[in-house]
Design a protein around this ligand. Structure first.
Ligand SMILES: C[S@@+](CC[C@H](N)C(=O)[O-])C[C@H]1O[C@@H](n2cnc3c(N)ncnc32)[C@H](O)[C@@H]1O
Length: 281
């Protein structure tokens, strides 16, 4: 395929990822997402994927799937609930890649679907999940013991000492008008949730390193500006867009050890138990 044919082929698709195709041509994805992708890529490079089975959840055009393949992964499976035609029709054949992509919602993922994985890459999806705990549980169940989970997500900066989840809908969401973003853990909320599911977190890294005091200052500034606008334009309807929530992007690298599904708490949360029958209350 010469350069003109390549450019014509690219024009047929909508791209999310910027993926280098030749020395001079890349897919025309969205540069806005590159910093968070680079942070995730740094952690992917720190995990030894050689000869391993890798699952890329929310794989989109396959930036991380193709990267894992080029790093020597034995097998790479990507799932997305809106499978990228750009990836399946164009990029996989273009790279002569063995990456397998499937249209599937994370919630439908089972160990029987594709077997167990050594590494799960999960970037840019958690904050879109309406059922985040269930999604993380589904991931835990497809990881081999000792396996790695790389999450990249939007994270609510603030309240460092309490494990919290901000779950706005509609225009309360800090990424409004994108109404699909609805799950903003703070760092402790995400790490503690992972711990409760059997993960050990080995690294977390914030992209912009916004501190809690910056968060507070930023909120105060926006609040004062909001109040003065309301005072000056008292006749106008109040603007609801004063977010107290400041978000950064964060990579969380965790590993999984054996999860005992027989413990009281695991049975209480995930299956059946007899605590009330035995002890009352
Ligand atoms: C913001 S994009 C991130 C793409 C890529 N992972 C990255 O970080 O560059 C989110 C992707 O996850 C997919 N997605 C969202 N919710 C999903 C779910 N419940 N199951 C599977 N894929 C999902 C979307 O269709 C989209 O392709």
């Amino acid at each position: 395929m010469d350069e003109t044919e390549l450019r014509q082929a690219l024009a047929r698709y909508a791209f999310y990822h910027i993926i280098q195709l030749t020395d001079t041509i890349s897919t025309p994805g969205n540069p806005q997402y590159v910093p968070a992708q680079k942070l995730c890529m740094k952690y992917l490079k720190s995990v030894d994927v050689k000869g391993k089975r890798v699952l890329d959840i929310g794989c989109r055009d396959g930036l991380f799937s193709f990267a894992a393949e080029s790093m020597g992964a034995a097998e790479v499976v990507g799932i997305d609930n809106d499978l990228s035609k750009a990836a399946t029709e164009f990029l996989i054949p273009f790279f002569n890649s063995k990456v397998r992509m499937h249209e599937m919602n994370l919630y439908d993922l089972k160990p029987e679907s594709f077997g167990l994985f050594d590494v799960v890459i999960f970037p840019g999806v958690l904050y879109h999940l309406r059922y985040p705990f269930w999604g993380l549980r589904a991931i835990r169940d497809v990881l081999k013991i000792g396996g790695h989970l790389l999450i990249e997500t939007a994270i609510w900066v603030g309240e460092r000492n309490n494990a919290l989840l901000f779950c706005p809908i509609g225009e309360d969401n800090p990424y409004a008008p994108d109404s699909t973003s609805c799950t903003f853990f703070n760092e402790k909320g995400l790490v503690d949730t992972l711990t409760s599911l059997g993960f050990q977190t080995v690294h977390t890294e914030l992209l912009s390193k916004i501190s809690a005091s910056t968060t507070l200052r930023s909120y105060m500034k926006r609040f004062i500006s909001h109040m003065s606008t309301r005072f000056i334009h008292a006749d106008r309807p109040p603007n609801k867009q004063v977010h107290w929530c400041v978000v950064d992007r964060c990579v969380v690298h965790s590993t999984i050890s054996e999860f005992d599904k027989g413990t009281f708490i695991a049975r209480y949360w995930e299956t059946t138990h007899d605590v009330h029958t035995t002890y009352g209350g």
